[in-house]
Design a protein. Structure first.
Length: 366
């Protein structure tokens, strides 16, 4: 195949994109985030015409939240910085990273109904004091962990590909951001992320919201290896299915909200499994249907009463029955209803009627 030749016949009305951005940032970034950055570059020479956040969202067919997430992403990457007023409202966008914070505002875009956004131009190309070019190693040191090497970028792409195979769909922007978060922020290895997705899918959960909850739970438990995750998963699998069985739920794993309750009981409440199962049984006895919310109220009451074991539950039940009996029968009195004592059916004075006189009276009235 012959080489392609690119010819440029347009010299005016152009937007320049730095090679550094293309080489180090664009490849691994979300496509929507790239569009936001390109839009900022488009207006860097005419900052007074920069659209406000709502207009940016309309222009790029995104939400305002998407635009703000993109800006915060690029700030984290170090190629721009954001300025806020005392009310924590966005007032400026400085192209060029943290160094641009020292650059005074040159122009601003104002609208009566939207916040003002200042855009300052400063090339994100990294500088060195000598004449030698910046080395790849030096550039990589300024990048996040997932982008410090070509191998790392390839590994992340491989993770995304594997995730698509497990989930059976093309990943959305939210899905990609979540998996990148596992890799960058939580520090999960590629193997651990693969096992995370495999574990959730095998238990019937393909929702990224559910997968993220499990990931955050593993991070809280300081799980860093697949073996640790397997041990934790085995414990939770046994516990979860025991609770579902107590509710009479068969053939499925816990839903996301149900898993939240289970983790709350085990981790926040520190309840033993036998106590949780007893609360589940009492829920079924009381309302004849499974209800995690009802069981949670039972456990909260037990926690308030410092109930930690089944023996404590028995003592609490015994004290409750004694109190109920005491209220039924006041102490020192054995009340037996007297035959002469009026009841609710005999609380009136009995009368006798002469039917003959009553008949005569009725005839006279006619």
């Amino acid at each position: 195949m012959s080489a392609l030749i690119l010819r440029n016949h347009s010299h005016n009305n152009v937007t320049i994109v730095e090679n550094d951005f293309i080489d180090h940032y664009m490849i691994s970034a979300n496509g929507e985030y790239v569009k936001v950055y390109l839009l900022l570059l488009r207006y860097q020479n005419i900052p007074d015409q920069l659209p406000a956040i709502p207009q940016m969202a309309d222009l790029l067919e995104n939400t305002e939240g998407d635009i703000l997430r993109a800006l915060k992403y690029w700030e984290k990457e170090g190629i721009l910085s954001l300025e806020y007023n005392e009310a924590n409202e966005l007032t400026g966008i400085c192209l060029g990273g943290s160094a641009a914070r020292k650059t005074p505002a040159k122009a601003a875009f104002h609208t009566p109904s939207a916040q003002s956004v200042s855009v300052h131009e400063k090339s994100p190309v990294r500088q060195n004091n000598g004449n030698a070019p910046v080395s790849d190693q030096t550039a990589d040191q300024n990048l996040p962990a997932s982008r410090r090497s070509l191998a790392a970028r390839r590994e992340l792409k491989q993770i995304l590909f594997i995730a698509e195979q497990y989930l059976g769909k093309t990943l959305s922007r939210t899905d990609v951001d979540a998996i990148t978060y596992f890799y960058d922020s939580l520090g999960f290895s590629a193997d651990l992320i693969e096992y995370l997705i495999e574990y959730c899918v095998e238990n019937g959960h393909k929702s990224m919201h559910y997968i993220q909850k499990v990931a955050l739970s593993w991070a809280d438990e300081h799980i860093t290896t697949v073996d640790q995750a397997r041990n934790s998963s085995a414990f939770y699998n046994k516990t979860c299915y025991s609770i579902l069985n107590a509710f009479g739920i068969k053939g499925r794993g816990p839903a996301s909200a149900e898993l939240d309750y289970i983790r709350k009981w085990l981790e926040d409440g520190n309840f033993e499994l036998d106590l949780i199962l007893e609360a589940c049984n009492r829920t079924i006895s009381a309302i004849h249907q499974p209800s995690f919310e009802y069981t949670d109220k039972i456990l909260e009451n037990w926690k308030t009463g410092n109930v930690r074991t089944l023996a404590d539950v028995e003592r609490l039940d015994s004290a409750f029955e004694q109190e109920k009996d005491r209220r039924k029968t006041p102490s020192g009195q054995n009340r037996t209803p007297s035959a002469q004592q009026p009841s609710k059916f005999r609380n009136f004075e009995e009368r006798s009627y002469n039917m003959d006189e009553l008949t005569k009276e009725l005839l006279r009235s006619n």
